[in-house]
Structure formats: C-alpha cells, structure tokens
Design a protein around this ligand. Structure first.
Ligand code: AP5
Length: 209
C-alpha cells in the first residue's frame, strides 16, 4: 500500500508513520529526515535546502520532486511505503501523480494552539529519526533506540514554528481538498493520545488492504 501522511508540523506524522511502517514492514519516506541528512552531510541538495529549512520555509518543489522520484525507484519501495512530509504543495501532488499510484491519504488534524507546545518540547535523534517529547524523557538525553545524543531541531524555535504553521495553511492545506476530491482522504483527530491515534489509523488501513 502506498500511503501519504498529511498534517501540520507537529501533528504526529513522523511518530505515527514510524510505528505503522514497522507494523506493515514498509519504509517510511520522510522528506524532512532526508533533507536533514543531506544538510548534515553537506551534499549539494543539503546546501540548497538549509536556508529554507532554518527559516521554516518550503524547499523549492523541483528539489523535492527529484528527491522523491529517485527514492521511490529504489527496491524497498516496491511493496509499498508511507510518504511523510511529501507532497506539501499542489505542484508536488501533481508531479507525484506521474510517479506513483497512491492508495490512501491519512490526514492528522490538530489545531495550531496544540502544536507550538508539542514542537518546542520535541527532541529528535538525527541518527535514526526517532522522536520524543521532553515531558516523557525523564531527564534522559540519549536515543532509546540507538544511543545517539538527542537534539532540539533549529526549526522548532517558537518563532520559526509560527512561520511553519503559516506556510502549512497557505501552501499545504489545499491538498486536503485535492485528495478529498479524489476520494483518498481519511481524517483522524491527532489531539488524541498516540496509542488511540495509532489504533484508529491501523483500523482504517486494515479495511483497505
Ligand atoms: P519535516 O521534518 O517534514 O517537518 P514537519 O512537517 O514540519 O513535521 P514535523 O516533523 O515537525 O512534525 P510531525 O507531524 O512529524 O510530528 P512528530 O511526529 O515529530 O520538514 C522540515 C522542513 O523540511 C520543512 O519545514 C521544509 O523546509 C522541508 N521540507 C520537508 N518536506 C518538504 C517538501 N515536501 N517540500 C518542501 N520542503 C520540505 O510529533 C511532534 C511532537 O509531538 C513530538 O515531540 C511527539 O513526541 C509529540 N506527539 C506526537 N503525537 C502526539 C500525540 N498524539 N499526543 C501528544 N504528543 C504527540
């Protein structure tokens, strides 16, 4: 199954995508993680992306479309995948139609006032992509999965979060109507607990398979 996860920054796309990919044995394709890796390694894509990401802006469509086209042609994508963070604009969604057949779009709906708190408390592992909230870490500073030191993302600073939310509403939210019109959209209440959100998504996906 080829699935898109859609929702504002901090809605829980990465948290849920990681767990569901483990359950379904399919890869999680997070464009945010791919870009952060490219920035860390100083590749040409990373050098282009860095200033946009630090400011909470979207990286240009052509960079992302190329990145996704290459990634989806890899062997591990043949049995399905979750796209976490792509597409994020209507031109990206239109380009994706020429690259892949999508079976479902999972939208996580969370109001803006929840998101600033979630993101300012988020800690991430740049090595394996695991995500935590500081309120649940009980002082731990290293990743439970791989032991790497956890960090706070630069774009999780409160003023950058507000800009990312604006960018989401202006450029990404139109995809809700785009996929609704194609009969692919399923919306979930992302303010519920992580376990409840996970169970609801799995139940809906099981009905499709
Ligand atoms: P990206 O990394 O994709 O960031 P994002 O979409 O802003 O999403 P986040 O990772 O911030 O949030 P999430 O929904 O995954 O939430 P999470 O599960 O971590 O993109 C970063 C940047 O890269 C962009 O700004 C852009 O510059 C660039 N980029 C990427 N893709 C692009 C594209 N296609 N086009 C152009 N540019 C692109 O959860 C957040 C926190 O909440 C965590 O602490 C978590 O523990 C907690 N949490 C999760 N679920 C719950 C819950 N149910 N209850 C309570 N807490 C919860």
């Amino acid at each position: 199954m080829n699935i898109i996860f859609l929702g504002p920054p901090g809605a829980g796309k990465g948290t849920q995508a990681q767990r569901i990919c483990d359950a379904l044995s399919i890869p999680q394709i997070s464009t945010g993680d791919m870009l952060r890796k490219a920035v860390k390694e100083g590749t040409p894509t990373g050098l282009k992306a860095k200033e946009y990401m630090d400011a909470g802006k979207l990286v240009p469509d052509e960079v992302l479309i190329e990145l996704i086209r290459d990634r989806l042609s890899e062997e591990d994508c043949q049995k399905g995948y979750i796209l976490d963070g792509f597409p994020r604009t209507v031109p990206q969604a239109e380009a994706l139609e020429g690259i892949a057949r999508i079976d479902a779009v999972v939208e996580l709906n969370v109001p803006d006032d929840h998101l600033v708190n979630r993101l300012s408390g988020r800690r991430v592992c740049l090595n394996c992509g695991a995500t935590y909230h500081v309120s649940l870490l009980q002082g731990r500073e290293n990743c439970e999965k791989c032991g790497e030191k956890l960090i706070q993302r630069k774009d999780d600073a409160p003023e950058t979060v507000l800009n990312r939310l604006k960018v989401y509403h202006d450029q990404t939210a139109p995809l809700i109507d785009f996929y609704q019109g194609k009969g692919l959209l399923q919306t979930f209440d992302g303010t519920k607990g992580m376990e409840e959100v996970y169970q609801s998504i799995m139940e809906a996906l099981n009905k499709l398979s």
